[in-house]
Write a protein that binds this ligand. Structure first.
Ligand SMILES: NC(=O)c1ccc[n+]([C@@H]2O[C@H](COP(=O)([O-])OP(=O)(O)OC[C@H]3O[C@@H](n4cnc5c(N)ncnc54)[C@H](OP(=O)(O)O)[C@@H]3O)[C@@H](O)[C@H]2O)c1
Length: 271
């Protein structure tokens, strides 16, 4: 794989580090980023070649990963619009920007995939939703899969609009789990536990429960039932969550995030 990253920030660094850690067949990695410090850091850590000018990083690459902030993307597309060839695969990890918006600015009609990773990608435990436009070859889909799999699991979607739901569930998802961990910590503290003890209990319970659920063949509902004894403490807590309409609350939260994702995508279409 010969990959150019446009933008050498958090997500690009995560993918580059995971690509080298996972020993994928990486022939060449080039990065374009305006930050001198960013370029120096990347070149010091990995065998990558960095460029200040975006245009310089593209030549001879099989794939071009768009890894800049959404507000910077129009400028980048303007710059690379006539340079990307029809054989180069464009992989966008930019949140909320539809592929039609990217395609409209790239003159050679290259294949484009849009991905939605999440921050645990930084430690190789991410999950990424991927949508490929019809003109992506099987080899290009495999290249995308290899790149994103180096940072965790991948899920392919056959409708681009579903990426808004992926963004709501897993893209924003880490924040919901952090909120739950914070709430457990605060509740334990209010009932008398020292804050560091409550924090550790909440954190390792989340870690243990999710690791067990990932490793188990059982559905999470069954795992929950197995912890819940009739008339016991877990049941008393779950009754309170149900009385507060916990599931409906999560449902409205995910609906709100999905709707916001659609609004942002529509706004981007009008840029
Ligand atoms: N972080 C997440 O959880 C997450 C999850 C899914 C998707 N994403 C998406 O991933 C993308 C990158 O996010 P990030 O957190 O990695 O952002 P980031 O850390 O800010 O990285 C973006 C990098 O691009 C550089 N840049 C700015 N203008 C450029 C240009 N014209 N050409 C090349 N590079 C340029 C920036 O430099 P300066 O800082 O000097 O401007 C910065 O180093 C975003 O679109 C985001 O939506 C992020």
């Amino acid at each position: 794989m010969r990959i150019a990253f446009i933008g050498g920030g958090n997500m690009a660094t995560a993918l580059i580090s995971r690509l080298f850690a996972s020993r994928h067949n990486v022939d060449r990695i080039q990065v374009a980023d305006p930050g001198t410090g960013v370029r120096e850091r990347l070149q010091k850590q990995w065998p990558v070649t960095c460029f200040k000018q975006t245009a310089d990083a593209l030549k001879g690459m099989d794939a071009i990963v768009l890894a800049v902030k959404p507000q910077v993307l129009p400028m980048v597309l303007e710059e690379i619009g006539s340079l990307v060839t029809s054989e180069q695969l464009v992989i966008s990890i930019v949140a909320g920007i539809p592929t039609s918006q990217i395609a409209a600015r790239l003159k050679s009609n290259p294949p484009i995939v849009r991905t939605m990773p999440n921050t645990p990608a930084l430690i190789g435990l991410g999950i990424t939703g991927i949508y490929a436009r019809v003109n992506c070859s099987l080899a290009q889909r495999e290249m995308t899969q290899n790149l994103m799999e180096s940072a965790g699991e991948v899920i392919w979607l056959d409708k681009e609009s579903l990426l808004d739901v992926v963004t709501a569930v897993s893209g924003s998802g880490p924040a919901y789990f952090y909120y739950l961990i914070e709430s457990l910590r605060n509740a334990g503290t209010r009932l008398g536990l020292p804050v560091d003890v409550a924090a550790k209990l909440a954190l390792y319970t989340a870690y243990g429960a999710s690791t067990m659920a990932v490793q188990s063949d059982l559905d999470v509902t069954e795992l929950r039932h197995r912890v819940t004894t009739k008339g016991g403490t877990t049941e008393a807590a779950l009754e309170q969550l149900n009385a507060g309409h916990f599931e409906q609350l999560i449902d409205s939260a995910i609906n709100a995030a999905t709707k916001r994702g659609q609004e942002l995508a529509n706004k981007a279409e009008r840029l």
